[in-house]
Design a binder for this molecule. Structure first.
Ligand code: ATP
Length: 582
């Protein structure tokens, strides 16, 4: 496919906010693809050249792109910089400045999707001494061969700022629509995606082997599985009733809810990889977990657990603050001695060629216990089997008394529901007043300080939740409190880097903050209650949406991305629970 065709599709996608329309545009694009192009085109639509868990960054900063535009357009660097200041988007700058040159030279584009993709791959691989020169040259070369429209998207892509507003759910819908004419295949394709977190790879399998290929899909070591998530209910009683009805013996498994670092540990032969909740590779940070995984007697496995820093000598857990100190790139060895981790394994998803995600939890647990029996670092999570609600409540109180976060009750008959929040797992946390839980919001804008805070430029945040049905983000709170002075300084620095001139395309907001930001960071917010409000767009029907009353920042959640924020549906459920509790 010519790259110009893809650029034209990007332009169309950018011009619409309707998810239906985006789905139709993408489905039409898929019909034009050559065999073998699916993987690359899907990655490009995601604004990347590989699945997110590979963590590949083209590593080209604004400065280099400015240089490349100057080289290619024949303009001086200050000229390019001036235009950038004025337009605020280097993609638009490239489009404008290269227009002048195009008119002079009548050049036409010869770029194919394959060529552009290869160039991006080469860019990502360039590193070390002299690589900056190489990167500038590569981008300039691409721009020399590009039409103005192509240049706009090449520049934005290179900077990691494609911002088409297309999320993974839209791509999944489009793949289904392309083949079936509607969304009927979405569930099957999504299952495959949830089992490998690689949408390009799934698209390739789907294009090559059709429906059968995605149906037969099973997990494989080194490809992270999208994590199962827990629902909430307000009382031990409701939790017991909800799950026990699926069990002939009226039995419910109840586990301690550890508050540490969620890990998915993969092993194949002598290779171990550890993925975070956000599915980022963290292997190098946790040598003792790698060592423990190597000692487990199985050739291949994928297991999941929550890791806590644990003092073997004092026989006690360190605090969450101490545990998260282990998330670091440097000083790993010393830290692993000071705060050694213990992984509380709570699930096994794959073992020696067999997909365990389809198997009921009771059996998975048995296998897991066998697997970690002799290990001292990876141990099975604590659990009881409850046969009535009072036992659930008692165990909950015991966990809280031990300083844990609460409990997670599990349905013994349920499979592992990758990538979804289902009632197979239900959590109950220690009380947050009227609220059953804290809320994780995406920062979408910020305010400048007033009054006493004037010495800091930072004065508060605008937070949004994710509407899973539309893929949009909806505002729910202006968070003005709960920040330490250090956090305020950090936010000022962090947010300055991602502020944008315009409201993000996927954000619905009537509130206008002093600055908009890219949707990147997630924070945990506590509040007194959820109220109905005309201000915010969360779950809005008519003039009324949902808002948080007296919201205050608890912590930055860097193990979550925007797609992992609390959803609008969860807010509505929490509101209903709160109403019933009153
Ligand atoms: P939270 O903010 O409550 O941690 P979350 O959005 O990260 O929630 P949830 O699905 O709501 O995720 O809660 C499940 C989380 O609890 C898991 O991500 C996991 O990290 C943690 N956890 C701790 N102990 C267990 C356990 N025994 N079984 C399953 N998950 C556990």
């Amino acid at each position: 496919m010519q790259f110009s065709e893809l650029a034209a599709v990007f332009e169309k996608l950018e011009g619409t906010a309707s998810r239906l329309e985006m789905t139709a545009i993408l489905a039409a694009l898929f019909t034009k693809m050559d065999r073998g192009e699916a993987e690359r085109i899907v990655y490009l639509c995601q604004g990347s050249i590989a699945p997110a868990y590979e963590g590949i960054d083209l590593g080209v900063g604004e400065k280099f792109v400015i240089e490349a535009i100057a080289l290619s357009s024949g303009q001086t660097r200050p000229n390019v910089e001036r235009e950038y200041k004025r337009m605020g988007d280097l993609g638009l700058v490239a489009e404008k400045l290269l227009q002048k040159k195009a008119q002079m030279s009548l050049c036409t584009s010869e770029l194919t999707v394959a060529k552009v993709f290869e160039s991006f791959l080469r860019l990502a691989k360039l590193s070390g001494h002299g690589s900056q020169e190489g990167k500038i040259k590569s981008v300039a070369e691409l721009l020399n061969n590009a039409s103005v429209l192509e240049a706009k998207y090449i520049v934005r892509f290179t900077l990691g700022k494609l911002r088409l507003g297309v999320g993974d759910p839209t791509i999944l819908d489009a793949l289904s629509t392309y083949k079936a004419g509607d969304k009927s295949l979405r569930v099957k394709i999504e299952r495959a995606y949830n089992l490998c977190s690689d949408l390009g790879y799934v698209a390739r399998m789907f294009f090559e082997g059709g429906e059968v290929a995605v149906e037969k899909f099973k997990p494989a070591p080194l490809k992270p599985i999208r994590p199962a998530l827990a629902e909430r209910l307000p009382t031990a009683e409701e939790i017991y009733e909800k799950i026990a009805k699926n069990s002939e013996q009226k039995e419910v498994t109840v586990e301690a809810k550890y508050d540490g670092l969620r890990m998915q540990v993969h092993k194949t032969g002598k290779q171990v990889e550890i993925f975070s909740r956000k599915l980022e590779r963290m292997t190098k940070m946790f040598p003792e977990i790698v060592q423990a995984a190597l000692e487990i007697n199985a050739k291949e496995f994928i297991l999941e657990g929550e890791a806590l820093a644990y003092s073997v000598k004092e026989k006690r857990y360190f605090s969450f603050q101490q545990t998260i100190q282990r998330k670091r790139k440097y000083g790993v060895e010393a830290m692993s001695k000071e705060f050694p981790l213990r992984l509380f394994a709570f699930d096994v998803l794959y073992l020696d060629g067999k997909d365990y995600t389809q198997i009921e939890y009771a059996k998975r647990r048995e296998t897991l216990e066998q697997l970690v029996k002799k290990n001292k670092t990876i141990v099975a999570s604590d659990q009881i089997i409850a046969t009535n609600a009072a036992q659930v409540e008692k165990y909950f109180q015991k966990c809280i008394a031990e300083g844990l976060e609460g409990i997670i009750a599990k349905d013994m008959a349920a499979p592992y529901v990758a990538g979804a929040r289902k009632f197979a797992w239900i959590k109950l946390k220690k009380s947050y007043g009227a609220m059953v839980d804290t809320v994780d919001v995406v920062i979408c804008g910020y305010y400048l300080g007033k009054g006493a805070r004037e010495e800091f430029k930072f004065g508060g945040l605008l937070g949004a939740v994710l509407n899973e049905d539309t893929g949009n983000f909806e505002t729910i709170a202006r968070i003005g409190g709960g920040f330490t002075e250090e956090e305020m300084v950090n936010f000022e620095e962090m947010l300055e880097k991602i502020k944008t001139k315009e409201k993000p395309k996927k954000l619905l907001s009537d509130v206008v903050p002093d600055f908009w930001t890219e949707l990147k960071y997630v924070i945990t917010v506590a509040s007194d209650e959820i109220t109905l409000s005309p201000m915010h767009t969360c779950g809005r029907v008519g003039d009324t949406g949902y808002a948080l009353r007296f919201p205050r920042m608890v912590s930055l959640r860097d193990d979550k991305g925007p797609e992992d924020a609390t959803t609008t549906n969860e807010i509505i459920e929490m509101y209903e629970m709160q109403r019933k509790g009153k």
